[in-house]
Structures are given as C-alpha cells and as structure tokens.
Design a protein around this ligand. Structure first.
Ligand code: NAD
Length: 486
C-alpha cells in the first residue's frame, strides 16, 4: 500500500481519491472526486473520492462481517490496539496538524497544541476505560450486560475534524462496535491520515471503514441503511434533523451533537480583568467555529463600559493571518460558504443597531485572498436580535447587559440551544447555583481546564446523547438483562 504523503501543498493523489474499506484502500465504484480548498489561499489542494451509496453498501458489508469477531475480541486486545492508535497519533502529530491547517485553516500552533492532542485524548480515555468498565453487573439474580450495539455510522463536521472523529471512533471500537466513518467533505485530509494510522495500528479489516463524499449522498445513504444500527452525527441542526428522519424507518439509534449559542454569565462579583479576556478568547478560539463557543457575554449593565474596554483591547491584540506562521492566533474561516454566512451576520448586527466595538465586515486588512475574518464584537445587543439568537460560527461575540442575576439567567436560557455555558464569579456557591439554573449540557465555572471525561452534549435543539468519557462510551452499548441468572 502507498503511504499517504503530505507536504505543504498537496496530498498524494493516489490515496486522496480512495476510500478505506475492509482493511485496504480502494477506488470508489464511480470514480468521481470532490475538490478540497485551502481556505488560506482559496486554491484546490486535493481531490478526494466522492463516494456513493454503493460504496456505503460495500463499507457496511465489511463492517457487518467484522462485527462478530471484533465484538468477541477480549477487551485487553481491543485496549492494546487503541493504545497503539494513540501512540501513532502522537508520533504523527506534525503531519496531522499540517493536514488540519491546510484543510480548514487552523493556525498551526493551535492545531499542534489543541486540535491534535485533544483528539488523542479521546483515544486514551477510551483505551483506559476498558480496564475498569464493568460490562456485566449482577444484582438480585439478574445480570445486566452491556453489549456493543453493532455497526455504527459516524458523520463528522469540518470545524474540529480529527477531534470529532476520535470522539466517535475511539469509544465505538472500544465498545466492540464496527464503524463506517464519513468525515466532512470540506476537511477530509486529516481523516485520510487517520485511516492510514488505524490500519498501521493493526485494527482488523472491516472494523474501521472510511467513505468520503457528500452529506446528501454518502451521509444520507448511511442514515437510511438497514444494516447500520446506530448513527452519530455532529453538524448543523439541518443535517441532524435530516439524519434522524432518514434513520426513523429502520429504528436505529441516533445521537446528535448539533449547534449552540452558549452564554458566558459574568456575575456582579466576578474579577472582570480576569473574566473578560479569556471570555473573548474562548468565543474566538478556532476562529469561533466551535459549537460550544461562549458567543453571548452576559454582563452587569453598570459594568458595561469596563467590559467593552477590556473586550475590545483583547480582540484588537489577536493576530489573524497565515495559519502556517507560528505566531498566528487565528487563521481564516474554514470555507467559503461559512465566510459568507459570517459576513452576512456581521451585516445583520449592524442593521439591527448593535454597537460595533471592533472588527466589522470585510476581510482582515492586507488580505485580498483567503477567508480572513475580522474578530468582531457587538455591544448593546438585545437578546431578541438575530445575532443573539442564531449560531454564527465565526469570530463574532455579542455583549448583552443585565440588571439582576435572575435576568442574567433568563437571558442565558433565552435560546433554542443548550450545549455549553460559562459562569464567572469569585463566589463558588453563587456560581454553582446559577449553573444549576442554566439549561445546557455543560456549564464551566471560572474557565476550568478541559476535562475529557466530562460528558458533552446538548439540551434542547443542541442534540441528543452525550460524548466523551464513560457517558460517550455507553452510547455505543445496548443493555441486556438476563433474568434468572442466579
Ligand atoms: P453540516 O451539517 O453541513 O455537516 C456535518 C456533517 O453532516 C458533514 O459530514 C456533512 O457531509 C454531513 N451531512 C450534511 N447533510 C447531510 C445529510 N442530509 N445526511 C447525512 N449527513 C449529512 O455541518 P458543518 O457545516 O460541517 O458543521 C458546522 C455545524 O456543526 C455547526 O452548526 C455547529 O454548531 C455544528 N457542530 C456541532 C458540534 C457539537 O458537538 N454539538 C460540534 C461541531 C460542530
């Protein structure tokens, strides 16, 4: 097999046009391709296979055939392979970081320090879980077994490409499932490297399969497939709903990680000099393209001027530029469609009468090409405005003022989403009580370190199901009661 080679300009076309099915690279049934565009240069850097429903059939058949063997493989053998996958991600982290930077514009330092290492963590966690997880629990004569659900279809987005892949693939194969992965057609290069690495780690043929292609073709075929037992999708609400509809006739399990519009509540006693700058940086991390980005900063009205000054100073100091330069903090927006969506929403904010503190429409000065977007902050935002309600998925932060803590909580909950949330306070008791009143799957108090064991997922329209740690692992398990077990 040819190794996938990658330099600053291209991916080996021999591999990038192929699918990984049943332990080998192969051409799609119909040899069509999709272009991959580098958002920093707007140039086509690769052509990837455009799979079809026939390719999905081939991949599902391979996964189905591999399921009896893999699900019966002892957990320590599964853990050994996961450990090897973890090792190979760390060994190949530079190539993975370069791929991420090319395919979606991640600043190289961010890809090296965040995107790749955090992706590796999901694999480590799944591997470690296997040594402690009790697949059988016997109580009162009944054994309750946790068994792998079967063949899983995994559909991932372009914003954290490798991280979303490992957050699904690692717990699924740890649980004993076999998988068909469809990464975003907009960022498929890191997924090709991942497939090669899984192969090199010695995962048996058919346990992991990769089918590149569009959502409308490959994703929809997976969702409807009668031989897939579960679909896990991370993406837009539009795609999440379409997947659930297509999956309904076959009654497969569907887990969805979808959009967000997460609040960051600064309580009156917070240390604002410490609370505002990280709030801005969290909102803009990954160029604001994170589903749980805290894009609504909810602040006491009598401290608004102070918050505005701190927020603008933080945003104005951010270096936006060529993602391959070490000092760059934010690269471009990941793709053209998203760039235009973000530009439109910045215009909407101006039309709605929000106060522009910094940034604004148009490219970052000095760039005529590339989807470079100015970090933008609006103040005097009313919670009913579109910029406060709709997910923008770009570097756009809304500052919303409140008069009482009750009103702050009401604003935090004034959204169809419920994915992430932040609360800042020097009084931990107060922060905890506000956290318990926010309707979202995760609440972070005073910017804690990332915890790969903390369950992640949405209330309301942010989705169904949880990822990460033991809760994420259990999504891939069925429960069987053996009554009269003794
Ligand atoms: P998208 O919905 O366009 O695509 C996500 C994935 O779904 C892609 O692989 C795509 O090909 C596939 N897809 C699209 N239409 C499909 C269909 N009809 N059937 C099956 N699959 C289909 O989303 P995107 O633009 O890639 O990602 C951005 C969105 O994802 C944002 O809304 C963001 O909030 C959300 N997101 C959520 C999380 C989370 O964990 N909750 C994480 C990242 C991104």
């Amino acid at each position: 097999m040819t190794n996938l080679s990658l330099n600053h300009h291209s991916v080996d076309p021999q591999i990038s046009g192929q699918l990984y099915i049943n332990g080998r690279w192969s051409l799609p049934v119909d040899p069509a391709t999709l272009p991959v565009v580098n958002p920093a240069t707007e140039e086509v850097i690769a052509e990837v296979a455009r799979g079809s429903s026939e390719d999905v059939d081939r991949a599902v058949a391979a996964a189905r055939a591999a399921f009896p063997g893999w699900s019966a493989t002892p957990v320590d053998s599964r853990a050994l392979i996961l450990g090897k996958i973890h090792e190979l991600i760390l060994e190949r982290q530079e190539a993975l970081a370069q791929a991420l930077s090319l395919e979606m514009g991640a600043a190289i330092s961010f890809a090296r320090v965040m995107q790749v290492p955090l992706a590796a963590e999901h694999v480590r966690v799944a591997c470690d879980l296997l040594s402690t997880y009790r697949f059988r629990r016997v109580e009162n004569g009944t054994a309750v077994d946790r068994e792998p659900i079967g063949v899983c279809g995994l559909i991932t987005p372009w914003n954290w490409p490798l991280y979303q892949i490992t957050a699904k693939v690692a717990p699924a194969i740890a649980a004993g499932c076999t998988v068909v992965l469809k990464p975003s057609e907009l960022s498929p290069l890191s997924a090709l490297l991942f497939a090669q690495l899984v192969h090199d780690a010695g995962l048996p043929p058919g346990v992991f399969n990769l089918v590149n292609g569009s959502g409308a073709e490959v994703g929809a075929a997976m969702a409807a497939h009668p031989d897939i037992d579960m679909i896990s999708i991370t993406g837009s609400n539009r795609a999440g709903a379409l997947v659930a509809q297509a999956a309904a006739p076959t009654v497969k399990r569907v887990t969805q990680e979808l959009g967000g519009k997460s609040p960051n509540v600064l309580l009156p006693d917070a240390d604002f000099a410490k609370a505002v700058p990280p709030g801005v940086m969290s909102a803009f991390r990954n160029v604001g393209q994170s589903c749980s980005a805290p894009t609504r900063m909810i602040v006491p009205r009598n401290r608004l001027a102070e918050v505005e000054a701190l927020a603008a100073a933080t945003a104005n100091a951010i270096i936006v530029g060529d993602p391959l330069l070490e000092g760059t903090v934010l690269g471009p927006i990941a793709n053209e469609a998203q760039f235009h969506r973000v530009q439109t929403m910045i215009e909407v904010g101006l039309d709605e009468g929000a106060k522009l503190l910094c940034g604004g429409p148009g490219r970052v000065q000095g760039f005529e090409k590339g989807f470079y977007t100015r970090p933008t902050i609006f103040s005097n935002v009313d919670s009913s405005m579109r910029i406060a309600q709709e997910e923008i998925f770009g570097p756009v932060l809304c500052i919303i003022a409140y008069d009482t803590v009750d009103e702050a909580v009401a604003i935090a909950n004034d959204t169809v989403y419920g994915l992430g949330a932040h609360v800042q306070s020097q009084d931990l008791e107060l922060a905890r009580s506000v956290a318990s009143r926010i309707r979202s799957g995760q609440v972070l108090l005073n910017y804690p370190a990332w915890n790969p064991m903390a369950p992640f997922g949405g209330y309301k329209r942010s989705g169904n199901g949880r990822e990460y740690g033991v809760h994420g692992f259990e999504e891939y398990l069925e429960i069987k009661a053996i009554v009269g077990f003794g």
